[in-house]
Design a protein around this ligand. Structure first.
Ligand code: TRP
Length: 459
């Protein structure tokens, strides 16, 4: 029998879960979503969604995982509700889809490390050419998936914990230093006011939907990644406190990444609406301003650390389908890992060529009522990230509150929590039973109608 493994310590779980949460979502995706979502107003909604809606969902996922000690499909079966295991199956599909494009971007970031090492600061202006050099980015993507699979094949406690322990703080320290530098640059204050002074006229349903999707994505929620990680958590741990720490750490890192990026973008005279290329276009020019070898050191350290942050996230994404295959199909971990990784890499190939290289995948689909076609990579993100994750979150809280029953959820939540009358517990109970189902349910319907069908119920 294949063994499942377990975290060695509470701090091991927190670091691994934080490692899953912190990644390209914070440093690559968050800034460009803010840029496209009208600046500060997106930030405000993102913060509200993370703390008010997502934190209770996170506690719920970890509780289900710890209670059942299973992967997201097995968890529903173990609680006696196998009809609900479609939620877990949807989560696994979602993880596969997300990893397929996430790995491509992780490959870009790793390639940038190599470019910075060779002092090629001009790569920023040539980003479009770079991502269409399929031989190269294909190789980086393959290397990245290989590294991910290798770590996952070593099992949970060996691989993930050790990597997360020292690299995360280093990355945070580096971003803070870059924030300090950013604030000294010309035009920095325009960036800061774009990022921090809300313009309420920019609010629309599309922005609300992407802020919600970003909150789920950034916290690794809605697809059972934290059910899977929760399944390795010990019965003594305080999961509410762990979830609070993970949420704060993840949101904090996204926040400082924004503080760094917008002064950089404005000081370089670039547009914040730069889309997925935003950090890749902006940062090399900034590193160049440090001058010769200093620029090389800082630039390559930055992209190397970003690659590691991405790696702890790709590991968590791969872990979900692998845990499923190991538990449910009884295939040995060391075989399961490589097969699953290969399949996901292949699913990612269309995303790799969807940025101009292949006309078919670049203009893949035109949503009803949309002016322009959507490329394959964005399409996969729209479906998996902005649609399936919030839907998964909705279904998970509905399940916990009304099928598994909230008494059972509360009981699991209270294990390891010293004060049973705490307001936090009361809030989570309220959010899981009423607030999350209502808000997530309504937003799901509104954003799906709006995004794919061009129907806006509010003018
Ligand atoms: N949260 C990660 C990031 O911000 C990405 C990620 C890892 C993820 N595991 C996930 C997203 C599970 C959704 C679900 O980079």
């Amino acid at each position: 029998m294949a063994s499942r493994g377990a975290f060695n310590s509470r701090i091991g779980f927190i670091l691994a879960a934080a490692g899953s949460a912190v990644g390209l979502g914070n440093i690559w995706k968050f800034p460009f979503e803010v840029g496209e979502g009208g600046g500060a107003i997106f930030l405000v909604m993102y913060l509200a969604f993370c703390f008010i809606l997502c934190f209770p969902v996170m506690v719920t996922e970890i509780a289900i995982g710890r209670k059942t000690q299973k992967n997201p499909v097995g968890a529903f079966n173990a609680l006696g509700f196998s009809k609900w295991n479609f939620v877990g199956k949807m989560g696994i599909l979602c993880g596969v889809l997300i990893l397929s494009f996430y790995n491509v971007v992780a490959g870009w970031a790793f390639g940038y490390f190599l470019e910075m090492v060779s002092g090629n600061f001009g790569i920023g202006a040539n980003f479009g050419g770079y991502i269409n050099d399929i031989g190269r980015v294909g190789l980086y993507g393959a290397l990245f998936m290989f590294a991910t699979a290798w770590i996952v094949s070593k099992g949970i406690s060996g691989g993930i914990e050790r990597a997360a322990k020292f690299l995360m703080p280093t990355l945070v320290g580096m971003i803070l230093l870059l924030v300090a530098y950013a604030l000294t640059l010309p035009n920095a204050m325009n960036g800061i006011s774009f990022y921090l002074v809300p313009d309420f006229s920019e609010v629309n349903l599309g922005v609300v939907g992407s802020a919600l999707g970003q909150a789920f994505f950034s916290l690794s929620l809605g697809m059972g990644a934290l059910i899977t990680y929760g399944s390795y958590v010990s019965k003594q741990d305080n999961i509410v406190q762990s979830a609070a720490f993970i949420t704060l750490a993840d949101v904090g890192i996204a926040f400082i990444a924004g503080l760094m990026m917008f002064p950089f973008v404005f000081s370089q005279g670039l547009e914040p609406q730069g889309g997925p290329g935003l950090i890749f276009v902006t940062l090399p020019g900034i590193f160049e301003t440090f001058g010769g070898s200093m620029g090389i050191i800082i630039g390559s350290a930055f992209f190397l650390l970003l690659s590691f942050a991405a790696l702890t996230s790709t590991v968590s994404l791969l872990e979900v389908p692998v845990a499923y295959v190991v538990d449910e199909l009884k295939i040995e971990r060391k075989h399961a890992v490589w097969v699953v990784a290969l399949v996901i890499f292949l699913i990612g190939v269309p995303s790799m060529i969807a940025n101009g290289d292949s006309q078919f995948f670049t203009s893949f689909i035109t949503y009803i009522g949309a002016a322009a076609p959507t490329d394959f990579m964005t399409f996969v993100g729209d479906v998996a990230n902005d649609t399936l994750l919030p839907l998964g979150g909705f279904l998970i809280v509905m399940f916990a509150a009304y099928v598994w029953k909230k008494e059972n959820l509360n009981e699991e939540m209270e294990i390891g929590f010293p004060n049973k009358n705490s307001l936090v517990l009361k809030y989570i109970d309220f959010a899981v039973s009423y607030l999350c189902p209502v808000v997530l349910g309504c937003l799901f319907i509104l954003t799906v109608l709006n995004k794919y069908f061009g129907i806006s119920l509010f003018g």
